[in-house]
Ligand binder design. Sequence first.
Ligand code: GLO
Ligand code: MG
Length: 343
Amino acid sequence: MTEYRFSFGPWNIHEGADPFGPPVRPTVEFARKLGLYRELGFEGVQFHDDDAVPDVEDKTFDQLQKEAAEMKKLLDDQGLVAEFVAPRLWETPQGVDGGYTANDPAARQWALERTKRAIDIAHLLGTNLMVLWLAREGTYIRESKNAIEAYHLLRDALNQLLEYSPPIHFAIEPKPNEPMDQAYVPTIGHAIAMSYQTCDPTRVGGLIESAHALLAGLDPADEMGFALAHDKLWSVHLNDQNGLKFDQDKSFGAVNLRGAYNQVRVLELGGYSESQRFVGLDVKAMRTQKPEVAHLHLKNSRAVFLMLVDKVRSFPQDVQQQCVADRNYEALEMAVLEHLLVK
Ligand code: GLO
Ligand code: MG
């Protein structure tokens, strides 16, 4: 049976700051974070462009090449690989009004140039996958942008970036809100529709984050099913979410174990492990956690995922088939619940 490969990003081991208070844990050096990957059972590193090359915008191309090569060496030395690079467009003053859909043409140009640099970094780190979390591509006030134009701008940006680098593949990570009131690509349906509008739909797919689907009022497993049916599920950010509130990034399965089971089930049905794509865990430590245990959310999420893989694989197929044949869904429901509850 093919093994799953796991990944996370350096931001998943963090200082515990929230909008209402200061950091509660010391910064963890990047090298220390890298050292934790293998220890915790992870092999893939997810990067923002400036995780790989700090202050990326102030660097010359030569410096960028040198620093990315050094990072690649660090990865190689530890037996790690870069899963993807994501341009961090949302933390720079130029991106205040969005990047590709900003009203200011200079900001749009900036977003394209920064993304091209991120693509260069991706290649230097040895990956062809770029994740686009379209953080500020949306509005706080509906009247501030023209939605029709915004979708066209997004399509045009994707086309330019596809042309810039023939090997690059984009996985759009939809999220319905936060930081914006309303985002332009809130669901995987929107992302895949965008893909089909580009000059090369074979190179535009998606990354589905469980919490983001829940925030959109959708079922993450069915969202994944939709992307898998289009052969466009190129990464996942598994986590959990307790109701409609801020993006919580709780440990996978911590709120809704059955929902987590169904996400694993659809990945199994879709042969995700055979694709050798990564199972990313976009989870955050609770603010209350002491520094010495502020990485356990990653270990635990991976462990829950693997326990659920066992649950999916050991579910009695004959019972499932009989229940479906009899249209006895109450019996199927009980069989699932018993299977999840009994060790
Ligand atoms: C925030 C997103 C964010 C992205 C990451 C990669 O809500 O989930 O963590 O996944 O920046 O682009
Ligand atoms: Mg995410």
